[in-house]
Design a protein around this ligand. Structure first.
Ligand code: 6PG
Length: 241
């Protein structure tokens, strides 16, 4: 596991973009699961504005690690956010974008998307394998859309599951632990001081850290990188000396 701490969200966005340029610098298809929420917005903006020509988008396939069960035009749609901050600024074939149909009945869509992953992704240990899963972490320690109150979804036997947001009751489609930990690489993008407490507990294995789904992210490949700004990492400065 690698910890990369930068002074600002902007620098996190720049350095992650450099990491992504390296990861996609290949002559074969690359399959990437995107995260949602607000942190990716600045990352996508920087990626599109400063690195658009450094990546061969023809070979990049985008999926989502989770999606809200809302239409693609809804203001809370992770797909819509990604269109606004990335897709409408880069030249990527539309058939390379595999959105989760948040507008459809959740259980059926979770099954459809699970099937899509089986069909589209290379296999590793008989399971679909992303080249990269990008994750965020909520202030409560959730990741993708696996929340502490439903942490058992992490161990679901299926590639995808239907989750429920603990406060809003909003349903979500999420990939599960068997997919996340089967990825070739996983990158956390975590910024802001609202994350600091959970980041510290997870990194120091303190308090109730095992009750946070984000603490369960441990790809068997060992390729896990946390991209943090100093606000999110403020509890770690003692570790780094
Ligand atoms: C989502 C995300 C979710 C997100 C965290 C952090 O659909 O909301 O995938 O897991 O990454 O909630 O969100 P912020 O980046 O907005 O803090």
């Amino acid at each position: 596991m690698e910890l990369k701490i930068y002074t600002s969200k902007e620098e996190v966005a720049k350095r992650f973009s450099e990491y992504l340029v390296k990861l996609t610098n290949t002559d074969k298809e690359v399959h990437i699961a995107l995260s949602g929420g607000s942190t990716p917005k600045i990352v996508f903006d920087v990626l599109a504005s400063d690195f658009e020509t450094d990546i061969n988008w023809e070979l990049v396939h985008f999926y989502w690690g989770d999606e809200r069960c809302v239409p693609p035009t809804h203001e809370e749609s992770n797909y819509r956010m990604t269109v606004e901050h990335l897709f409408q600024k880069i030249n990527i074939p539309k058939e390379n974008i595999h959105r989760i149909y948040g507008e459809d009945e959740p259980k059926g869509e979770a099954e459809r998307y699970a099937q899509l992953l089986d069909e589209m992704l290379p296999k590793y240990r008989k399971r679909p394998r992303f080249d990269l899963v990008i994750l965020g972490m909520g202030d409560d320690g959730h990741t993708a859309s696996i929340f502490p109150h439903e942490i058992e979804l992490w161990d679901a036997k299926t590639n995808c599951a239907v989750a429920v947001h603990p406060d809003s009751g909003q349903r979500r489609i999420t990939i599960t632990g068997k997919i996340i930990n089967n990825a070739k690489e996983v990158a956390f993008l975590v910024t802001g001081d609202g994350k600091a407490e959970k980041v510290e507990e997870i990194m120091k294995k303190e308090g109730d850290y095992t009750s946070y789904p984000a603490s369960l992210v441990a790809p068997s490949s060992g390729q896990l990188t946390w991209f943090l700004d100093s606000d999110a990492a403020k509890g770690l400065m003692s570790i780094r000396g």
